[in-house]
Design a protein around this ligand. Structure first.
Ligand SMILES: Nc1ncnc2c1ncn2[C@@H]1O[C@H](COP(=O)(O)OP(=O)(O)OP(=O)(O)O)[C@@H](O)[C@H]1O
Length: 515
């Protein structure tokens, strides 16, 4: 495309600086000759091998009005040129990522992307359209004052998944691959399956893991993954060292059935909670990480890099290996950031200073709960357990997030184990539904078993009442187990105020009951 010569004017637009180019055409900054409006003009030759503009001209109107969807101002044919005039936007994430030296972006930015990307896809899907080409180059940030909004562009591969009667398309083998190899789902790329909503989300999950992995997913460095083995590493291998949300999100996407509607709201909430847990009081879409936050992130990742995580024995290449984190440490700013060894920082938007961050940061919270759990495992009497439970409640109260994390369940496990009988094997209170390879049907029935909020509240009240009457440790242990199971079944494993009250009663009751 680069050697194609474009005329100085197309339709009513005067072509300016080239913004980017793809397989079939180029995009220019352009000015309307009458109104002076500055837009982005995507231009293709009519004899382009893949005339995507004619397709996008049909898709854009279906998506108009959505947040993060560019407005299409005009489109048409001019001589041998097919053009689309749309909102002028800023840099693509791909460009920003390259500017960062292809190193990694910071967790807060990734949370922002996650929330926005999930929203964009939810919106497109709500209009009956799949993107089918989610990748960094197709996510573009807006210009002031929309510079914190991520826009989806390039609907050249977009496709309706609902027919005129709102019926979902059938799942049949595709004749040829459509999309991009790097972020394509395993089903679409390796198994030749028809793309559906789950595959757009899986691409988003891979993209998020990619930007958090120093140097990116290994297959983006080592060439296109050609077979299923190369493209289907376990989510825990891919997302090693990252907060569990990323691994679970990828696992969730891969567990969805073909026509299943993803739970967009749940995952948005999980990433919002993660951002809060990381100590970011207020959700800002894109935001400049402070040096302190960078140092903290580096510390966290270095710590994680030293963890011995099982799973390598299977001989599968570890794609998310972050041994290189230490070498590349200190560069985890926002969208971002520093080329290794350079002082220059690419600032997309300024944000809050670290001084505004909330009191309990995620890793602090995790570390504190882990300490309490260890102490609970060694506690020799009820008084100690009561004090540790009080401390546990304090940590939860100070946290910005209401999600009961893996560490939180760990504490409940330890408490339960101590109270019941330390010599008895106790099934973990948190189900392993997102970690095991349970079938989709199992997961769906687990989701169906989720209690309605009012039922949950009344069961929790019942547990509190029983706790008030409990006379011995074993009864308290049973109630703690029921409590853990209840929270595990709650959407987002959220701990409500009633849940905190239950734990407070546990602490009180332990001082009264018989061992
Ligand atoms: N509205 C816009 N405002 C600013 N830049 C844009 C805009 N649209 C596209 N670009 C730039 O041009 C690049 C290519 O755009 P786009 O993906 O739409 O073209 P394409 O020809 O379909 O590319 P490909 O063949 O790689 O998919 C983008 O990555 C982005 O950098």
């Amino acid at each position: 495309m680069s050697n194609m010569s474009f005329p100085p004017q197309i339709g009513n637009y005067l072509l300016g600086q080239a913004l980017g180019s793809g397989v079939s055409g180029s995009t220019f900054r352009a000015t309307h000759i009458h109104t002076g409006q500055v837009i982005a003009l995507k231009v293709q030759s009519l004899d382009a091998s893949y005339p995507s503009n004619s397709h996008e001209r049909v898709v854009y109107p279906m998506l108009q009005g959505g947040a993060g969807i560019p407005t299409l101002w005009a489109s048409g044919i001019w001589g041998r040129w097919d053009f689309l005039a749309m909102d002028l936007l800023g840099n693509s994430l791909d460009r920003l990522y390259r500017k960062s030296g292809k190193n990694m972006m910071d967790l807060r930015s990734a949370c922002s992307f996650a929330i926005q990307l999930i929203s964009r896809l939810e919106f497109m899907h709500s209009r009956g359209v799949l993107h089918r080409d989610v990748q960094l180059g197709n996510c573009v940030i807006g210009r002031e004052p929309k510079h914190e909004t991520i826009y989806m562009i390039d609907f050249g591969f977009a496709k309706r998944y609902l027919d005129g009667k709102q019926k979902h398309i059938a799942n049949r083998a595709e004749r040829s691959f459509v999309g991009n190899y790097y972020f394509s789902s395993v089903n679409v790329h390796c198994r030749g399956k028809t793309c559906s909503r789950r595959d757009d989300l899986e691409s988003a999950a891979l993209l998020l893991i990619h930007i958090l992995t120093p140097g990116g997913l290994s297959w983006t460095r080592n060439g296109v993954p050609r077979d299923e083995v190369a493209h289907d590493p376990l989510p825990e291998d891919l997302a090693r060292g990252l907060p569990e949300e990323f691994e679970e999100f990828l696992r969730y996407c891969r567990s969805l059935s073909f026509a299943q509607k993803p739970d967009y709201a749940y995952w948005r909430e999980r990433f919002r909670d993660l951002a809060k847990d990381l100590g970011y009081k207020e959700h800002r879409p894109i935001h400049l990480a402070s040096a302190a936050a960078e140092a903290q992130l580096t510390g966290l990742l270095q710590g994680l890099a030293q963890l011995q995580i099982k799973g390598d024995h299977i001989g599968r290449p570890v794609l998310g290996d972050r041994k290189n984190v230490q070498g590349g440490g200190g560069n985890g700013g926002d969208l971002l950031l520093k080329k290794p060894g350079q002082a220059e920082v690419v600032v997309i938007s300024s944000g809050e200073s670290s001084g505004e961050y909330g009191p309990v940061h995620r890793h602090n919270k995790a570390a504190r709960i882990t300490k309490l759990t260890q102490a609970a495992g060694q506690a020799a009497d009820n008084r100690v357990l009561a004090r540790l439970t009080e401390d546990f409640v304090k940590v939860l109260r100070n946290s910005n997030s209401r999600t009961l994390t893996r560490e939180g369940f760990g504490f409940l496990d330890a408490l339960h184990k101590q109270l019941a009988d330390p010599s008895v094997f106790i099934v973990p209170l948190r189900s392993s539904k997102t970690r095991s390879s349970r079938s989709q049907r199992d997961q769906e029935s687990a989701a169906a078993a989720e209690d309605a909020p009012h039922e949950r509240r009344s069961r929790l009240n019942g547990l509190c009442a029983s706790l008030e009457k409990a006379q011995d440790n074993k009864t308290v242990a049973g109630l703690v187990a029921e409590f853990g199971a209840l929270i595990d079944r709650t959407a987002g494993r959220k701990l409500t105020k009633d849940g905190v009250v239950f734990l407070e009663i546990v602490a009180d009751r332990l001082l009264v009951v018989r061992v």
